[in-house]
Design a protein around this ligand. Sequence first.
Ligand code: FES
Ligand code: FES
Length: 167
Amino acid sequence: MTVSHPHTHLADAVAPQPVSFTLNGDAKTLNVRPFRRLLDVLRTDLALPGTKEGCGEGECGACSVLIDGEPVNACLVPVIQCDGATVVTIEGLASHAALHPVQEAFVAHGGAQCGICTPGMVVTAAWMADNKMNAAAIREKLSGNICRCTGYSAIVNSVAAALGESE
Ligand code: FES
Ligand code: FES
C-alpha cells in the first residue's frame, strides 16, 4: 500500500500529460502535470522569467498574462486550462527589435521602481491599449495590480501616455 505524504500536493500527484497552446505566437506542446500553475510552467519549464510572482494567491497581479486576449493571474491557472488557448506573456509584447509602446511609456514616465509589479502592469495596460480603452478607466482596470513602490500616479501617467491621452 502506498501512503502519500501529507504535504503531497495535487499538482504533483497527477501524471504528466500533453498540453498544447500558442505562447507568444509559437505553438508549444509540453508534457506536464496538468494542475501545475501556469506561472511555474512559464518561469521554470519555458524559461520565461518576466512573469513575476508576488502574492501567489491571486491578489497582486504581478503574474498577469493574457489568455485568449484577457488578463488573468497565472498563479491561479492550472496549466491544463491553457490547452488550446493563446497565451501572451510580457516577453511576447516586445518585438525583438523594440520595446512595446506601453513599456516605452513606463520608462519615459517613471512607472517602474522595483519592477516586481511592472510586467503585470504592462500586460494589463497593453490589453487596455489593444482594446482601445479610455484613460478614465485606468485606475479601475489596474485595480487588480498592486504596486508597493510608486504610489500609482507614475503608473497611471505611464498608461495614460501609452493610451495616447493625458490625465
Ligand atoms: S502572484 Fe499572482 S496575483 Fe499575486
Ligand atoms: S514598482 Fe515596486 S511594486 Fe511596483
